[in-house]
Design a protein around this ligand. Structure first.
Ligand code: PMP
Ligand code: GLU
Length: 397
């Protein structure tokens, strides 16, 4: 009999992807399911980016590219880092990959030995844990609740560091909470890193542009720790290019070279056409994203307003990304007919069957009291979904 590897067997399926698969299957079976489960903009890729891809095909950009990405793409990313983030990453400190997901996997595989500890503040994005486990690292979870806007303090970070700590991974704007670390909060984390020069941080900034309160703050802005930071970004979210599969890192030359080496064995670079298209996205003025950001903000306000009318639901006000992560612990222990809710996961299953709304439960993000709502959908869809959720929750007693 064929036996799968222990490594594979220990890996969880991505909960975000699983929930979107289930809702797709239910829809195909004719059910009126509303999926607010996947973190994917509902906008289409802008025309000028699609045009660049069509041109690239006509110009026969159809062959293998340099593993780290075309030189002119990496130059445009280098300029983007300077323009938007004030960061000086030269072309050879940038590696372009098959989505930010692969960028994170490359970085973890490049740095983590079996038994190394990786600090992951919870709530975290689902894939961080599984990627660390594949590298045989040990995830060390540091919890933050709704009362601190789901952010850890510098003291919590420092207290979690042991001689085995090799890395920390976090996102700001955060998936699943929408929270942003302020410049001052990042300064606090940076001070801890100064005292621990062998610890590297993956700073996942893929939601950079989806920020409702001000300028994006990068962790790598503090010169003393610049080489300890691996800055992750990509085109999936801001440029509505999830299917194109293109993400990138800025990092020290040591780590960029290592990621390049890993990638040379795993994927030999991402798609040539996606790379040509990403050049025009990198060169575009981010001001063109304003309409999309405004649309996300008004959807956030809409969903938050509706959540506030639901007794028992507690929500913070997310400052970025396109998620709300309400605390639903009030419903744990409640019943409807013969269904008893014993966890956030049960509540998600109940909302799927009773309200036909697909959400993702907090357990997969390291937070047992919450559920994630992705509000990257039209206002009409959001109103319909939230009305159904409200009715279903009201039945629980
Ligand atoms: N990081 C976070 C926090 C995300 O939400 C996602 C979602 N896909 C990714 C990384 C990966 O993005 P990509 O589509 O570029 O692989
Ligand atoms: N990042 C998105 C999410 O959290 C897309 C799914 C995924 O890549 O896991 O839903």
């Amino acid at each position: 009999m064929i036996q799968l590897s222990d490594r594979l067997l220990a890996m969880e399926e991505s909960a975000t992807i699983a929930m979107s698969r289930i809702s797709r299957e239910l829809k195909a079976a004719g059910k009126d399911v509303i999926s607010l489960s996947l973190g994917e903009p509902d906008f289409f890729t802008p025309e000028f980016i699609k045009d660049a891809a069509k041109e690239a095909l006509d110009q026969n950009y159809t062959m293998y590219t340099p593993v780290a990405g075309y030189d002119d793409l990496r130059e445009s990313i280098s300029l983007k880092f300077k323009r938007d983030n004030g960061l000086n990453y030269s072309k050879d400190q940038i590696v372009v990959s098959t989505g930010a997901k692969q960028s994170i996997a490359n970085a973890v595989l490049s740095c983590i030995n079996p038994g190394d500890e990786v600090i992951i503040p919870a709530p975290y994005w689902v894939s961080y844990i599984e990627i660390v486990k594949v590298a045989e690292g040990i995830p060390v979870i540091v919890h933050a609740g709704i009362e601190t806007d789901f952010k850890i303090t510098a003291k919590q970070f420092e207290d979690a560091i042991t001689p085995k700590t090799k890395m920390m991974i976090f996102s700001s704007p955060c998936n699943p909470t929408g929270s942003l670390y302020s410049q001052e909060e990042l300064r606090g984390l940076a001070d801890v890193l100064v005292k621990n020069p062998s610890v590297v941080v993956i700073s996942d900034e893929i939601y950079e542009h989806i920020n409702f309160v001000g300028k994006h703050q990068s962790l790598a802005q503090f010169p003393e720790i610049f080489d300890q930071v691996i800055t992750i970004n990509g085109v999936s979210k801001a440029w509505a290019m999830t299917g194109w599969r293109l993400g990138y890192i800025g990092a020290s030359k040591l780590i960029a070279d290592a990621c390049n080496k890993v990638q040379g064995q795993f994927t030999s670079a991402t798609c040539s056409i996606a790379q040509r298209a990403a050049i025009v996205a990198m060169k575009a003025d981010p001001a063109v994203l304003q309409d999309m950001i405004k649309a996300f903000k008004s959807r956030r306000d809409l969903v938050l307003g509706m959540l506030k009318e639901m007794p028992g639901v507690k929500a913070n006000t997310p400052e970025g990304a396109f998620y709300i992560f309400p605390d639903i612990s009030y419903f744990i222990g409640k019943k409807y007919k013969d269904t008893t809710i014993t966890s956030a996961h049960d509540l998600c299953l109940y909302l799927l069957s009773e309200a036909m709304v697909a959400l993702v439960s907090g357990e997969s993000f390291g937070s047992n009291n919450c559920i994630r709502i992705s509000y990257a959908a039209s206002e009409e869809t959001l109103v319909k979904a939230m009305t159904r959720v409200k009715e279903a929750l009201a039945k629980l007693a």
